[in-house]
Structure formats: C-alpha cells, structure tokens
Design a protein around this ligand. Structure first.
Ligand SMILES: Nc1ncnc2c1ncn2[C@@H]1O[C@H](COP(=O)(O)OP(=O)(O)OP(=O)(O)O)[C@@H](O)[C@H]1O
Length: 760
C-alpha cells in the first residue's frame, strides 16, 4: 500500500484527497458506493474508509478510482504524446450487465488543486516503481506513461482482471509489463527469491506468434534484466528452453503449442503462476490456438490475476473472458466510432492494374520511403517471395512468411531491425504486434482480408507517437472495398496516382545525394585525383553520371505508360487542329488516323482517352515503345500533331461506372473488334486459392468475402472493430455494375454502345 499511496499526488489515497473533478471520472459503480461502502455522491474528501486489498494475496490496495485513467489526455496530446489514445471512449463490455465504467465525463468545474493528468504525474520516476525498473526504462528513453499504460496501471496493481484495447504501437506490452514487473520486483525484494535455483514461473504470457512472443520477452528483459525471463516457442530445439526452465525463471512468454509440449514433458510447471497475460487474444483464435489456450488456462491456479489484450472481441474471446477471468474490468481506448488507426499515419490509396503493380511498387518505395524502412504486405507466401525477388534487383529486400524456417525468420527480422536491408515483404504473419523501430512506410500490395488486418498492418508504422505512411494499392474493381475499409476503420485515404517517372528520378537522386554525403572524408581523399580528372573531362556530367549510377539508372529508365503504368509502353497525345476535323472527334478518329499513318500502330493501340478540354480535339493513348519509334518518323496528315507526353492532361471520364477514376478503367478500345478486356496479359491467375480476384472475391483460405462485408470464418458479427456497422450495408463485392460504362465506339460519347448510338 505504501508503495502506491502517498508516492505521488497522482496516487494519493483517493479517499483522502480525491479532487472533485476526479470524482466525476469514477466508474458509476464506484460513484454509487464509495470505497468504504458509503454513497459517494457528494465528495470523497475526508472519507476514512480503509483501502481493501484484493487478489493476489500481497496485492496493493484495491483502488477503485483509477486516477491515471480519469483525466482527459490533454497533456499527452499536446506535449508528450501527440494524439495517442483517447479517453473520451472508454467502456466496459456490458454483456453481463456489468456497469463498471472506465472513462471520464466532462465536468466544467475544475477541481481545486487537481493535478491529475499533468506531465509530472505521468513521469515514471514519480510512480513509486522500483528504482531498478525506473532506471532500466529511462535508459530506453521511456520516461512517461503512455495512455494505455496509465489506464492499466492502477487496476492492474490492485489485482483486477482486465480486458484492454488500445491502438497499435501505443505501448500495450508495457501496460501489463510495468505493473507485473513492479509486483515481481517487490516480491523478490521481500522474499529474496530472485535467484533461487529451480524457482517456478510466476508470470505466463501467451502470444499468438513466435515473433510476438520474442518481442514481449525482449521488452520485459530490457525493462527488468534482473528477472529471469524465457521465451518458449516452436520451430527451435527444446533443450535450451527446458534447461532455462529447469534453472528457474520468473516470467515465461510463449506460443500455446510449445507451452503445451513443455507442460506435457513436465518441463514447465504452472503451479505458481500468479499473473496470466493473453496478448492479441483474438489472434489466437485466428491462428487456430483456441483449444490450446483453453487447455493451458485449465491448468493454471485459479487464484491468479488475468489480463487479456485483444483488438477485437470475437465470441470465443468473450467466452474465454467469461469463463477464465474474474469480474474483469474493460479498458477500451479505441471505442466504436473513432478512427481505429494510430494518429500520425498518413494514408494513401493508389489505383493500379494487376500488370503494373510491381513496377508501381518499386516507384512507391523510392518516392515515399526515401531510403527508410518499408514493409510490403502480400496475401500469399508465394507473392511475398516473388515480390521480394523482383524488388531485389533494385532495392535490398527480404521475404518473411510462415514457410521460412524459424532461424531464418529471426535472422531476417534482426537484419531488418538493424537496417541491413530496407524492404521487408511479408504475409500477415508480420502484421500483428511486431515492433520494428522506424518503419516509415507500409504498403498494402494486396488488400487485407478484413479491416482489423488493415489496422494491424498499417500499425507497423507510426508507432510510439511517431509519424508514418501507409499506402493501399487497389485495382479499379476493388474501389468499393476501399470505401468500405474507410467506413469500417474510420479513416480517410488520399487517392493519388502512381508516381511519375520524374518523381522517381528526383527521389532516387536525393537518396543518392544522401549516400554521397555519408561517404567518409578519408575515403573521398583517395578518389579526389580521379574525380578532378573526370570533372575536367566531363564537367557536371561526371557528377550526374555518378548520381544516375547510384540511383540504379545507369541505363535510361524504360518507358512507362502514364495510363496503365506498364513498362515498355509509351503514352502519346494526338491533337487535331479545328479546321482539319473530319466530323466528331472520337476514339475511332484516333484508330482511323493510326490506320492511315502506320497500320501496325492501329493494331497495337491500347487505351484511348479523349482530352477533357472541349476546345481541344485530342486524345491520349498507349503504344508499345518500338511502334512509337516508327510512328514518330512517319509523315502525318496536315493539321495533326502527335507527341510523347510526360503528364496526362485532364481526360473525359469515360471509364466503367464502377470505376470513379475513369482513366484507370480496365477497358480497352482496340482498333478492331470493339472493346476488349485488357490488363491480364501475362499475369498470374488472381482467381486462385487465397487470392483476391479482380472481382473482389476472396477464394480459399480462412477468410473470405462473399459480398461487400468483411467476413471471417469463426468470427462473430459483433467484433469491436467491425461493430456490426459493415454488416447489412448494400452489396459492393460481386455486385459490379453490369451497365455499360464505356464510351460509344461510334461517336465517342459515354453511356451507350455503338449499336445503340443515336448517330447511327
Ligand atoms: N511510455 C513509453 N514511452 C516511450 N516509448 C514507449 C513507451 N511505452 C512503450 N514504448 C515503446 O513503444 C513501442 C510500441 O510499444 P508496443 O509494441 O508495446 O505497442 P503495442 O501497443 O503492443 O503495439 P501493437 O498493437 O502493434 O502490438 C515499443 O518500441 C515500446 O518500447
């Protein structure tokens, strides 16, 4: 008790010094009955009730008033922690009729002397934590509590069972880590058991993936190096883990499968577990651990404290909480209406086609990551491998997925953390929980299966209050899914076009300059004589050549369509002077013109789009590079100009109606045979197992979409994230507008086919 109460003004005995304002933040139940059992309607000042202790036996007093939670986060949002956390939405799972509520109500009257929420009060040094823990945290630059840590600390210290939710990267690990470490440290000091050989673990943390388990272990080890912490997970030998357990540990972190194996072999005994943490509990379900988790929970002593961290509350997690948690308090710092993403993550959505995706991907990395760390998320392991291989030619990249051996996964992650390569291409195995410092850019190369996965993938950047960027690549038929995602996640994408070659070149050059600036002055000396000779010969060209080479452009960049972004294609503009018009200017005028000038061009022409400016008779279209060379040498009929363009002019919106960005339509207007569908040339089959097909259907795998909802096998409709809102909306998947959305082949106007053209 003394270690909490009286250490700082924040943690004063609430009954003695509770400021009026803080009283307004009391849970309704605690408002109803004061700590001493009296009604607390008037004031808490002067109350003389004694603080009650709750489980475990040496638990600190049962502080029903979580002053740490009670304050709006003004200090955090303005200074310490821009925008992270939001205490305006705290709620308790009310399913059991439980009314307890962790949140605040606005009260105009400022409590005199209230210092709740000041930065000082969040200072870790002022919380009465063990000196060793404080200095270990400070060494890591952790000096003030983050909101979820502030919210969890007191209820956790008072021994409450908890269900907690907070946004990605907001410090959930230390939210349970700090109170548990405090309790263990004090126990150790009191009972001198810290180094007892063969001691049984007192803490069990279950995590759904090996990487996450390793990370939790790391966070605990770094914060409390004096405690014995071991991480147990599959894919590696049992020996080391068994030997460590035999020597005695305080904390076991692990994945359920290996924990069961170790229990079965009697290497892990759970008889003294006092604290259980289920990290990413909902994910346990998704990766098929539900049975294992329940087996483990059955083996734990009933007199323990349990904390469950879960981004969503599928039915299984609720059942688990009901069955294995004792009167849990829910702390939800996300809420149903708010944006689910951590603030500081800038979101872009970029239309692509299946064939141009890879080219665009490397451009996006160059332009948006600017040499920083990027994580690219794919749907399948094969894609992760292929995309990583394709990137490696230009950007150092590695793949990470479940088929890669555990040792290699660890090597890859460790090299990525250390910055030995900058692009990690991963399946969703890496979407959750991984805390890799300074990831600047997340690219959703393929749409995630559900909104939660989007939140978790994106949350690998913008962590601990930092800024980051997440880019969603989508095909035109997935546009409605993107809109659903915005609604479900409560976020807003900025819709942008893929980078222009000019932007790619400029960004590459900037990165090359940064590389040059980093060259050691001594090394420069060795190259000075050659540089001087070269400059005399070539002038500035010498440096430009060095930049081009460093940027990976020793050869000129291959041409790229401005319309489809496919390599090897060039976008041309045909303009016809007014007096030379032979009737209405339409896509057919372009094909007719090409047939006259160079028939091979008419055969190969790709998409044709009319220029929006009505004063100009013109169109843009794609042709293969080699055809363009020939075409540009041909004699043109008078009044016609044809030129390569670097930027698309405004175009008439003539795409299919499902595609608001008409110019990224996947309809081609060929010179013969009317319309033909394009964009799948040489591409792999997107309709196969586990792929999102172009019509937006997911086939195979655990998750699938059957209409515009995000649905998951085994999940329930009332997930926090999904919160029922997406269900029941009108269909967008699979409901592609069958109406004609292209332009008439005859007159060029939109909305009707040539056969129905009024000009016929
Ligand atoms: N109070 C703090 N001050 C500064 N940094 C902190 C603090 N608490 C945690 N961190 C750091 O913030 C990062 C994110 O923490 P953590 O991985 O626990 O987040 P999380 O909420 O569990 O994220 P996710 O939902 O993605 O699993 C870590 O690098 C951690 O060391």
């Amino acid at each position: 008790m003394a270690s909490i109460v009286g250490v700082s003004s924040l943690y004063r005995s609430p009954c003695l010094e509770l400021p009026k304002r803080a009283l307004s933040y009391l849970s309704p139940s605690s408002k109803k009955s004061h700590l001493c059992g009296r009604r607390a309607s008037a004031t808490a000042r002067g109350c003389c009730c004694s603080l009650q202790s709750s489980r475990p036996t040496e638990a600190p007093p049962r502080l029903l008033v979580p002053l740490a939670v009670a304050s709006p986060n003004s200090v955090l949002s303005e200074e310490a922690f821009k925008g992270l956390g939001d205490f305006s939405k705290s709620s308790l799972d009310g399913e059991e009729g439980e009314e307890e509520y962790y949140g605040f109500e606005e009260e105009e009257e400022e409590a005199e002397g209230s210092t709740v929420g000041s930065k000082e009060e969040l200072a870790i040094a002022n919380l009465g934590l063990p000196e060793r823990l404080v200095s270990a945290l400070e060494e890591r630059g952790i000096t003030h509590l983050f909101p979820i840590q502030r919210a969890v600390l007191l209820p956790a210290l008072e021994g409450r069972d908890l269900i907690a939710r907070a946004k990605t990267g907001t410090g959930k690990t230390l939210a349970f880590g700090i109170p548990i470490i405090k309790r263990l440290t004090e126990d150790n000091e009191g009972r001198r058991i810290s180094s007892k050989q063969g001691r049984l673990p007192r803490v069990l943390v279950l995590a759904p993936t090996r990487e996450l388990a390793k990370q939790v272990e790391k966070e605990i080890k770094e914060s409390a190096p004096y405690l014995g912490t071991v991480c147990v997970y599959g894919g590696v030998s049992y020996n080391v883990q068994q030997n460590t357990l035999a020597r005695g540990v305080d904390v076991v972190v692990g994945t359920p499968g290996r924990i069961i194996d170790l229990i079965d072999s009697n290497s892990l005994q759970l008889g003294e577990i006092q604290y259980l943490v289920l990290d990413e509990a909902d994910r346990m379900l998704a990766v098929g651990f539900e049975e294992d988790v329940e087996v483990i929970l059955e083996k734990l002593p009933s007199d323990r404290q349990s904390m469950l961290f879960s981004a969503t509350m599928p039915g299984w997690v609720k059942k688990l909480a009901r069955r294995y948690l004792n009167d849990p308090l829910t702390i939800d710092l996300v809420g149903d209406q708010d944006e689910k993403l951590a603030e500081g993550i800038k979101l872009y959505a970029i239309p692509t086609t299946v064939t141009s995706k890879r080219t665009i991907l490397s451009d996006l990395i160059t332009v948006y990551a600017k040499g920083g760390k990027t994580m690219v998320f794919t749907q399948t392991k094969r894609d992760a491998d292929e995309v990583s291989m394709a990137l490696t030619n230009s950007i150092a990249s590695e793949a990470l997925h479940g088929d890669i051996s555990q040792h290699q996964r660890e090597r890859t992650l460790s090299s990525f953390r250390q910055g030995k390569f900058t692009v990690l291409v991963a399946t969703d195995v890496a979407a959750r929980g991984l805390d890799i410092p300074n990831v600047d850019l997340i690219i959703h190369y393929e749409l995630p299966n559900d909104p939660e996965t989007f939140v978790h993938r994106s949350g690998r950047t913008g962590r601990a209050g930092k800024e980051g960027t997440a880019i969603l690549m989508f095909t035109s038929s997935q546009r409605k899914t993107v809109k659903s995602l915005e609604r479900d996640v409560g976020c807003k994408f900025e819709f942008v076009s893929p980078p222009l070659m000019q932007e790619v070149l400029e960004s590459s050059a900037e990165q090359a300059v940064a590389t040059l600036r980093g060259v050691h002055p001594e090394s420069i000396q060795h190259f000075l004589p050659t540089a001087q000779r070269l400059t005399e010969d070539l002038g500035t060209n010498a440096l430009a050549a060095a930049l081009a080479h460093l940027s990976g452009f020793s050869q000129p960049p291959s041409s790229r369509s401005l319309i489809s972004h496919e390599q090897g294609w060039v976008t041309l503009q045909l303009t016809r002077e007014q007096g030379y018009s032979r009737g209405f200017f339409s896509p057919r005028s372009v094909t007719g013109f090409l047939s006259d000038v160079y028939p091979a061009a008419a055969d190969e022409v790709g998409k044709i789009y009319l220029i929006a400016d009505e004063r100009v008779q013109g169109a843009v279209f794609d042709l293969p590079e080699e055809i363009v060379k020939e075409l540009l040498n041909k004699q043109l009929p008078p009044g016609n100009t044809i030129s390569k363009i670097m930027k698309l002019p405004a175009l008439q919106d003539d795409g299919p109606s499902t595609d608001n960005y008409g110019r990224f339509s996947n309809w081609d207007r060929g010179s013969r045979g009317g319309f033909r569908e394009r964009g799948h040339r040489g591409s792999r089959n997107w309709g196969g197992r586990g792929y999102v097909s172009d019509d937006g259907f997911r086939r195979g795998g655990r998750s699938y979409r059957t209409d515009n909802r995000w649905s998951r096998t085994g999940g329930s409709d009332d997930d926090w994230l999904i919160s029922g809102r997406s269900f029941g909306r009108s269909s967008s998947f699979g409901s592609r507008d069958r109406g004609f959305g292209g332009a008439c082949f005859n007159c060029g106007r939109t909305g009707h086919r040539a056969s129905e053209c009024p000009n016929n």
